[in-house]
Design a protein around this ligand. Structure first.
Ligand SMILES: Cc1ncc(COP(=O)(O)OP(=O)(O)O)c(N)n1
Ligand SMILES: Cc1nc(C(=O)O)sc1CCOP(=O)(O)O
Ligand SMILES: [Mg+2]
Length: 217
């Protein structure tokens, strides 16, 4: 098991995790990141399937710099090669991505590794894996951000919470300010959001409102 370190400690303290696309059409990624992170986002991930690998690597430098200015963590999604080249402190892999042991052997002990889960069995496997530093449970609600993936519902969240995982875990999928109360009532203390911040007219305020409510649990 990798030794505890700063990134793991910060991940354990994280409550609000944002995935964002590269906002190439608006051309405002840097301003958007500053706003979301000023609002209290703890971890930011560039998640944009339309980026070619060279452009993604280029943009990770921007994400890393802005995250550092705000004392936040940043994550690479899917691409272990980009994570290695960019020196990402956090790497996220879904069930259909590279297996955790392969990513760990490629990247070594330093990066925080996250895993998506969509069932109680997958959550139990993630909880038992010493190489998994956090896992996500979702999508709670069907979401256009992840088309084709069926909603797991709040019951799964309650089931996972009842097992009292020692690994930090996040709820994901369809979460917004209106639904956050139900997510917290079901036992989650950490959330991942996309549209709740990326589509907000005031991303800083949206992040601040979510983070303030997460800070009380
Ligand atoms: C923090 C976080 N949680 C879940 C996901 C989803 O990962 P995955 O299932 O591999 O789907 P894609 O995002 O790759 O489409 C994530 N990226 N980040
Ligand atoms: C990227 C992703 N992964 C999910 C999972 O369940 O693993 S749900 C999801 C999209 C979440 O987007 P929004 O907050 O806009 O609903
Ligand atoms: Mg993936």
């Amino acid at each position: 098991m990798p030794a505890p370190d700063d990134a793991r400690t910060r991940l354990a303290d994280a409550r609000l995790y944002l995935c964002t696309d590269a906002r190439e059409e608006r051309g405002d990624l840097e301003d958007f990141l500053h706003a979301a992170l000023a609002g209290g986002v703890d971890v930011v991930q560039l998640r944009d399937k339309s980026l070619d690998v060279a452009r993604e690597l280029e943009l990770q430098d921007l994400v890393a710099r802005v995250a550092a200015e705000h004392g936040a963590l940043w994550a690479v999604n899917d691409r272990a090669d980009v994570a290695r080249l960019a020196g990402a402190p956090v790497v996220h892999m879904g069930q259909g991505d590279l297996p955790v042991p392969a990513v760990r052997s490629l990247l070594g002990p330093a990066p925080v590794l996250g895993r998506s889960t969509h069932s109680a069995d997958q959550a139990a496997v993630a909880e038992a894996d010493p190489d998994v530093d956090y896992f996500c449970v979702g999508p709670l609600w069907a979401t256009p951000t992840k088309p084709g993936r069926a909603a797991v519902g709040l019951d799964l969240l309650r089931d996972v919470a009842a097992t009292r995982p020692t690994t930090p875990w996040f709820a994901i999928g369809g979460i917004d300010a209106e639904r956050l109360g139900a997510v917290l009532d079901a036992g989650a203390t950490r959330v991942v959001v996309v549209r709740a911040i990326t589509q907000a007219s005031d991303p800083e305020r949206a992040a601040r409102d979510l983070r303030a409510r997460l800070g009380t649990v």
